[in-house]
Design a protein around this ligand. Structure first.
Ligand code: BGC
Length: 483
């Protein structure tokens, strides 16, 4: 599982020619793998209250129904790398799409809680498999000059999926059609299965499987350009360098700093509350005084769906201009302000609807600060985490190290989503949001102390800088000095 890419053709790009067509299809497949993930992330917030009422779910069971997707995704992501190496990137994506569609069918028809929970787990498994195979496929298919854009388009697709799910929730919640909300997930699953079926595997995988003729045919078909054999030879040399890498190589002392940064970003991204807010946003708005399910889903569309999507576009535009750390500083500050605002609203403001039947003061203030929080996450810790995880590891171990960091991300998402409601019941909403805010502050100082700036650095420069940092071990306060 590595990410060497097909070199860019020297030919001009064709707008309507086959070059463009195939790259468009690669983009489409990547976007679909992100959409699956996002749709599922978003849909549960609107469906949960109907499911809870239909199946008389306790708080703990509501947490199980919500969080087992992340548990499935954790396991799916861990085995996806091996599957992608053994079966190919394309069949692995198809398996992800098929599992997702089967799980979606199961949850929309579920007669009781346990079929629902198992279906959620199957969906998660599909999400986990697709979340590794999709970006891997894109990274190996895209010309290196466009690789960053393809990686960011995955994150953007996640947010579009969340937005589409929020809209489906809003349209379907007045009638209480939670089975349709969940069943609609079948569509992106089947689309991924069908579209991936018509795509070739990556040249790199064909080469690893000893199928040079297929590798050459794919390279010619998808990218075209001169010197196909020379490019394949370069790819083969790169493959030789990365083959035989073991999981324990990821944990070698020389990799430790990079690994801690990758795992730290992956875990902080979750323990600062993003999925608690995304999964349970309707519930939060209900507690804050949005009395009708429709009012709650509209607040969710605005505060979570639209804002998350738009702010991700800001990150894509500025991540290479401003750098990763300035975005993280600004974003973590905004997230802290947003979370403190929500905590204060819950602690001190009136939660009862106004006398004219509208939303409570707490509701309005919560909505405003939720927007601040989500926007700040979406231009910082959301995309920057995935960008940095894909650039801080050396090529040789990158695939495996990314899988470890991704598994930590899902693991942390599971812990947070499986305990958020219980924690809120036990210590109250205000204290819970205050703890998330405190974790943002800790993350801010950790980023300052431990995370290097990688903007404008080649992957080799980033590698060299880790070695220098190891040598200058005595100056832990300045590890960001890659420049
Ligand atoms: C995170 C997800 C989160 C999403 C929200 C991603 O970067 O990994 O857990 O749900 O952003 O947009």
């Amino acid at each position: 599982m590595a990410t060497a890419t097909v070199e860019e053709s020297s030919k001009p790009r064709l707008i309507f020619g086959r070059w463009r067509f195939w790259m468009f299809m690669v983009g489409l497949v990547t976007i679909l793998t992100g959409l699956l993930f996002g749709y599922d992330q978003g849909v549960i917030s609107g469906a949960l209250q109907f499911i809870a009422a239909a199946f008389h779910l306790s708080t703990t069971l509501q947490e199980v129904v919500t969080s087992w997707v992340t548990l499935g995704a954790l396991i799916g992501a861990l085995i996806a790398g091996g599957l992608a190496d053994r079966l190919g990137r394309k069949p692995t994506m198809m398996i992800g799409g098929a599992l997702f569609a089967v799980g979606a069918l199961g949850e929309s028809l579920a007669p009781g809680t346990w079929i629902l929970v198992i279906s959620r787990f199957v969906i998660g498994f599909g999400v986990g498999v697709a979340s590794v195979a999709g970006p891997l496929y894109a990274a190996e298919m895209a010309p290196s000059s466009d690789r960053g854009r393809y990686v960011s388009s995955y994150q953007l697709a996640v947010t579009i999926g969340i937005l589409l799910a929020d809209i489906a929730d809003a349209v379907l919640s007045p009638g209480g059609h939670w089975r349709v909300m969940l069943g609609l997930s079948i569509v992106p699953g089947v689309l991924l299965l069908v579209i991936a079926l018509g795509m070739p595997d990556t040249p790199r995988w064909y080469l690893a499987a000893g199928r040079r003729a297929d590798a050459k045919a794919t390279l010619a078909k998808v990218l075209g350009g001169p010197n196909l054999d020379g490019r394949l030879d370069a790819m083969q040399a790169d493959l030789a360098q990365t083959s035989g890498v073991k999981m324990r190589d990821v944990f070698a002392p020389a990799m430790r700093r990079a690994l801690w940064v990758g795992i730290g970003l992956a875990v902080f991204q979750q323990v600062t509350g993003i999925n608690a807010v995304i999964y349970y946003s309707d519930k939060i708005f209900k507690l804050a005084g949005f009395t009708t399910p429709h009012g709650q889903t509209i607040a969710t569309i605005i505060a979570v769906g639209v804002v998350n999507c738009l702010a991700t576009l800001i990150a894509i535009a500025y991540i290479d201009r401003f750098g990763r750390k300035p975005l993280l500083y600004a974003g973590l500050t905004g997230m802290t302000v947003g979370l403190l605002g929500i905590a204060v609203a819950f602690a001190f403001l009136d939660r009862h609807p106004s006398t004219t039947g509208g939303v409570s003061i707490t509701g309005v203030v919560t909505l405003v600060f939720m927007i601040v929080y989500i926007a700040s996450f979406a231009f910082s810790l959301g995309p920057v985490t995935w960008t940095m995880i894909s650039e801080i590891f050396p090529n040789r171990i990158r695939g495996k190290a990314m899988a470890v960091a991704t598994a930590f991300n899902w693991g942390a998402a599971f812990v947070v989503s499986a305990s958020f409601l219980s924690i809120m019941n036990a210590i109250g909403e205000a204290t819970t949001f205050f703890i998330f805010a405190a974790l943002c502050v800790i993350c801010f100082f950790w980023v300052r102390a431990k995370v290097p700036e990688t903007r404008g650095k080649s992957l080799e420069q980033i590698q060299a800088s880790w070695g220098e940092l190891d040598k200058a071990n005595k100056e832990p306060k300045q590890p960001a000095a890659i420049d």
